[in-house]
Design a protein around this ligand. Sequence first.
Ligand code: GLA
Length: 390
Amino acid sequence: MERTLIPVFERIFRAHPEVSSFAPGRINIIGEHTDYNLGYVLPAALNLRNYFFLSRRPDDKVSIWAENFKEKEEFSLSGIFFAENRQWVNYIKGVLWVLEEKGFELQGINGLIWGNVPLEAGLSSSAALEVSVVHGLDTLFELDIEPLEMVKIARKAENEFVGVKCGIMDQFISVFGQQSKALFLDCETLEYKFFPLRMMEAGLRIVVYETGVRRELASSEYNRRRHESSQALEVLKKSGVKKYKEATLVKLEGMKNGMSDVVFRRARHVISENQRVMDAVLALEKDDFIRLGELIFQSHESLRDDYEVSCPELDLLYEVAKEFPGCLGARLTGAGFGGSGIALVKKEGIAAFKEKLLEDAEKKGFPRPTFYEVEVGEGTQAYLLNEEKG
Ligand code: GLA
């Protein structure tokens, strides 16, 4: 597909693209709603990506063709305003806005974007778009942006221009991801380590279950969860704990009287989830997928009961998975409130597992889910294209 995008670019802009870049979406194996609480996460990059082809223009205009929507947007670098009616262009505008704010010298571009990360499915299509745009611009204009700086630029675009107060996980994995490896990240220090995922060798696959439920509530409820978990931390601080990473469930119990039941449960999720990420890493090191699966199930329970970010469609995945002999673990992945879940399934059981989910979803009148058997791919790449070859 990527190659067939070049003639499309040439047809639309009557020019050759000079640079191409891509950046992946992600799944998160475990460690949900811990990134903005400066805890631990364990995501992996998908082989589903956003691609960006671009070339310089002599003026300060930005002209972008979105191949998925067959839509074109044009604006000038000197007037970057939020688009109320076309969300996709805001991710691109956001990145350009951050780069300008940081003083990078830019000029106009023609650009084409296309991606196969499902949209609004909790698989970080937005981080994939932002990162591919930063990386493409970095290569075209030789901006010399370090990988960690790319992460921060992409996140700032999302936080401050698009207006979603996400943590650092999605942009981080989209930049740093490695083939067949999960990335353990300490979201406070930004230290990270890769752990090989040898599931294939163990006859297992990661199945993504996309509920088809769009996440309307996601952004307001997401911000509310952020607020509640920081309220709990303020109370915990009175017991001498400075950050979530230092907190224990015992400490939390001791401070229970100082907080509401809701705030207490939010904190219990964050503290127990941090521990589960650490335990998951130990399990991965030993290729102990049974233990990993248990932790994944527990993560879902905690997200459902304590953090309250699940929904009936995601709970269905959990319930079917719990009863299904060939499934070791399943949980929602990403922010929740719809979007996607992941399941660790024995290869030979995948067809029956999907069948059962389709049947049960239909019985309950849920939207028809979509499945992806994903492979863990690499992080962002960018290339200079050879004009003669086109
Ligand atoms: C979204 C955000 C991430 C993270 C997850 C929940 O994907 O973009 O930063 O907070 O939700 O773990």
